[in-house]
Design a protein around this ligand. Structure first.
Ligand code: NAG
Ligand code: NAG
Ligand code: NAG
Ligand code: NAG
Ligand code: NAG
Ligand code: NAG
Length: 506
């Protein structure tokens, strides 16, 4: 890896700025000033991916620790990660250098409550108080806090099967209560559960994310689980847990703390492969299964009809009382979007005797040009715009935060990450377009991720960071990539962008 010094980075950045301003006289150009006042720009991480200190100060293992230590992610683990647990002050400075309005991070449940419930770990409490205070007091950066980012305490997995049991609802609510009580005087944006749809599919259908459960023929190396039923059960319990925590906040905290509670959903931009009724219906089904699975109950009190029809008795039913609880239990939607798919109908799959989510959805998916899981994403800003408008039109235009969006590059590649800059600038433009021209209720944008970190797919080999982390250096030194300078110039208002043509696929 060729490390550039800061001067050559700045020269490169200047060249880029010149390239942008050359065409900025076009009406379609944009800058930060075009966003409404109060719109927040941030960047994100999650506890297991950056904190390290996995066995320090009373923290116990989460399902992600166990998953990583059984050799998934090619043997890479979050034991040390970026060591943010010890370097949080330095990392807050990096955020100040960029000029972030907000930082999205998650609390490690098993650091705060090592037994999953019961007594609070004073060291864990101290750490999150320190981080939040450092963000607010010294830097004026808003904390946007996630409570569960793939990291249920392992003790609860062992005790009752984690999210497969209704008991998780009670324990999650108590954990959320602790967080609202301890941090809610300073934290105004709470995300209960991060991308529960993909967590359930990876963790209970394909077995490729924690807790790594699946059954044949659907998953890889399955030892325990049931891919036909468990993803639906897990999401059902997570929805009840989310609703329970959200309703608790609304009842006991919102009137004095004035914050809001949401959850995040993993999404794909989706376009029909062919111009046919079947493929258009298949695209609608994909959106029902990915977005509606989570959002439909929260807005309408029940799952989408397509899911009830195709999944049948394997889809848990909401009782009338549960339906009342989940309906309306959301203040904002967190949207996670990286890539787009073409969708082809595959209704014949429903004839098979064994089903999982993919068969129930009855579609064939093709990634758009150039995208793969070990390469950079194709730059398809229409993907994000399509999702924002889909949610606006189908779910009553709720407030949206883009919780994650960003470009993946090999970790060892250059600090001159121009493809990341192109990706970010065109996606931010798509957000502006969705908001100012199409009326989507978007309130903020969080780039993923602040720094290179441990990823569930690819371990430390793939990176999304604005900062490069030298994982071979015992001090884990951070270096700004060109994208960090770029984001900083954009947020400082000194950068005016040329317009990127949005695809006609919108
Ligand atoms: C799955 O099993 C195959 C073959 O036994 C092995 O090569 C591979 O490493 C295993 N994968 C994981 C994630 O355990
Ligand atoms: C999964 O559960 C379904 C419904 O209970 C059952 O029919 C099926 O045999 C189970 N599959 C496995 C692999 O245990
Ligand atoms: C799709 O099909 C409809 C009806 O057959 C036709 O009117 C329309 O022009 C087609 N669109 C495209 C993009 O080919
Ligand atoms: C489409 O359905 C058939 C069964 O009818 C199945 O064999 C095939 O794998 C499915 N295709 C995809 C991509 O899921
Ligand atoms: C795919 O890659 C080719 C060659 O690098 C490039 O010209 C094209 O724009 C890319 N397509 C997308 C959708 O990014
Ligand atoms: C990361 O790269 C190393 C070295 O090439 C390899 O051994 C490891 O399996 C890779 N990890 C993942 C998760 O792909």
């Amino acid at each position: 890896m060729k490390l550039l010094n800061n001067n050559s980075l700045i020269v490169l950045l200047l060249l880029l700025i010149l390239a942008f301003t050359e065409v900025s006289s076009l009406e379609e150009g944009y800058s930060r000033d075009d966003f409404p006042p109060g719109f927040v720009f941030g960047s994100g991480t999650s506890a297991y991916q950056v904190e390290g200190a996995a066995e320090e100060d009373g923290r116990t293992r989460s399902i992600w620790d166990v998953f990583a230590h059984t050799g998934h992610s090619g043997g890479a683990t979050g034991d040390v990660a970026c060591d943010q647990y010890h370097k949080y002050k330095e990392d807050v400075k990096l955020m100040v250098d960029i000029g972030l309005d907000a930082y999205r991070f998650s609390i490690s449940w098993s650091r705060l409550l090592p037994s999953g419930r019961g007594p609070v770990n004073p060291k864990g409490l101290q750490y999150y108080n320190n981080l939040i205070d450092e963000l607010i007091t010294h830097a004026g950066i808003q904390p946007h806090v996630t409570l569960h980012h793939f990291d249920l305490p392992q003790v609860l997995e062992d005790e009752y099967g984690g999210w497969l049991s209704r008991e998780s609802v009670r324990d999650f609510t108590a954990y959320a209560d602790t967080c609202f009580k301890e941090f809610g005087d300073r934290v105004l944006h709470w995300t209960t559960l991060n991308e529960l749809n993909v967590f359930a599919l990876g963790g209970y259908d394909q077995g490729v994310t924690p807790p790594g459960r699946c059954s044949l023929p659907f998953g890889l190396n399955c030892t325990e689980g049931n891919s036909s039923t468990e993803p639906y059960i897990a999401v059902h319990n997570m929805l009840l847990a989310h609703a329970s925590a959200t309703n608790l906040y609304k009842k006991q905290y919102q009137h004095k703390q004035h914050g809001s509670v949401g959850l995040s959903i993993y999404t794909y931009g989706a376009a029909p492969l062919r111009n046919s009724t079947e493929d258009k219906q298949a695209t609608a089904r994909l959106n029902d299964f990915f977005i509606g699975w989570v959002l439909h109950p929260l807005v309408f009190g029940d799952y989408p009809e397509t899911m009830k029809t195709n999944v049948g008795s394997r889809l848990p039913a909401f009782t009338e009382d549960e339906s009342e609880q989940v309906k309306g239990a959301i203040d904002f939607v967190g949207v996670i979007n990286y890539m787009a798919l073409y969708v082809k109908d595959n209704s014949s799959s429903l004839k098979q005797s064994l089903h999982d989510f993919n068969i129930d959805m009855a579609v064939e998916l093709t990634l758009v040009e150039n995208t793969s899981f070990n390469n950079e994403y194709a730059n398809t800003p229409w993907s994000l715009q399509q999702v924002l408008l889909y949610i606006k039109e189908n779910y009553g235009n709720p407030p949206i935060y883009i919780a994650e969006n960003g470009q993946m590059t090999p970790q060892s590649s250059s600090l001159e990450d121009t493809s990341r800059i192109q990706y970010l600038s065109s996606h931010i433009e798509a957000v502006l377009h969705s908001l100012s021209r199409k009326g989507a209720n978007v309130r903020g944008y969080f780039q993923w991720s602040l720094m290179d970190l441990y990823e569930v797919f690819g371990g430390y080999n793939m990176s999304y960071g604005l900062y490069y982390v030298d994982f071979k250096d015992p001090y884990l030194k951070r270096y700004p990539k060109l994208s960090a300078h770029w984001y900083s110039s954009f947020l400082g208002g000194t950068l005016h962008h040329r317009s990127h043509a949005l695809s006609s696929a919108i």
